[in-house]
Ligand binder design. Sequence first.
Ligand code: EPU
Length: 337
Amino acid sequence: MILAKNISLKSFNTFGIDANAKLFCNITSVEILHNVLLEQHESSLFILGGGSNMLLTKDIDALVLHINLKGIEVVNETESTVTIKAMAGENWHEFVLWCLKHNYGGLENLSLIPGNIGTAPIQNIGAYGVELKDVFVSCEAVHIKNQTTKTFSKADCNFGYRESVFKQELNGDYIITSVNLELTKSNHSLHMDYGAIKNELEALKIKKPTIQDISRAVIAIRQSKLPDPKEIGNSGSFFKNPIISSRQFNQLQENFPNLPYYKISEEEVKVPAGWLIEKAGFKGKRFNDYGVHNKQALVLVNYGNANGKDIFELAQLIRKTVKRIFDITIETEVNII
Ligand code: EPU
């Protein structure tokens, strides 16, 4: 087990923030993970997966465990489905491409989401009408304090919109080491209800789409709206889409008749934070080395060497302004460290 000192985390977080880790350990096997947890039980620990959903506002005065567990295997197969076990350190999008190459369906709408397998259940990643929970079977996780291994079923995970038990009651208790997903081998059920997907398939002149076509459409849509973290640092949606009461929504609609919405129930409506932020005047705004993306106002960006504190302050200003104009509180989706 090698512990490195004073390591820059710039290349380990998609925001590209240059914060330092006091100590750093590359976890390449479950055995190493158990050993580190046992030997370092008195150190404060910081678990780092794909680094795609965090904003570092300070140096990490702890031992950073970089979960770099690799491996993909088929663990069960029926005539029509396949269950795949993927280790936590596998890159999400590369895994999606692997599934598409084998013609396994279910993840195509989740193409090009940054991050790793192990962090996908934590916030129940989702895009274009599909969420991880739709294909999730179980995940294995190690308890940080007592090193026991537990298998979490879908019910145990208590998934919600960008939510799970790992962000709530069990926050900070477990390290996810692998995830099992059930995918289809044939008769794939295609999710094309999301308007942008239909339009993109039409533009590509595809009448009978395959799962690979849907993935291509999703990739095209995402590339047209969302910045590639390899070019411009970002963490995808910085805020969650707020859910408001139908009563408040009806009042807002009088002043803002174009406000897009998704009805959740008779009592609740979800509205796009990106729209609110754009209307508040922030879309495309740049302050020195950071700002709000010009094609999707939900995404805050680091153009080079911004520091996390500045981006956090911008986020606070956006929240305050949205609250003042719409009386809606928007919550961050990204973890602020
Ligand atoms: N909109 C604006 N201005 C903007 C951005 C959006 O007016 O700057 C409007 C759009 O015109 C549209 C509505 O808001 O009417 C929704 O926009 P979009 O379809 O782009 O989706 P979103 O609600 O902004 C969510 C997810 C994304 C996911 C897309 C597609 C959240 C917080 N974000 O964004 O997830 O890719 O839907 O399913 O739920 C992520 O989590 O990192 C992420 C990118």
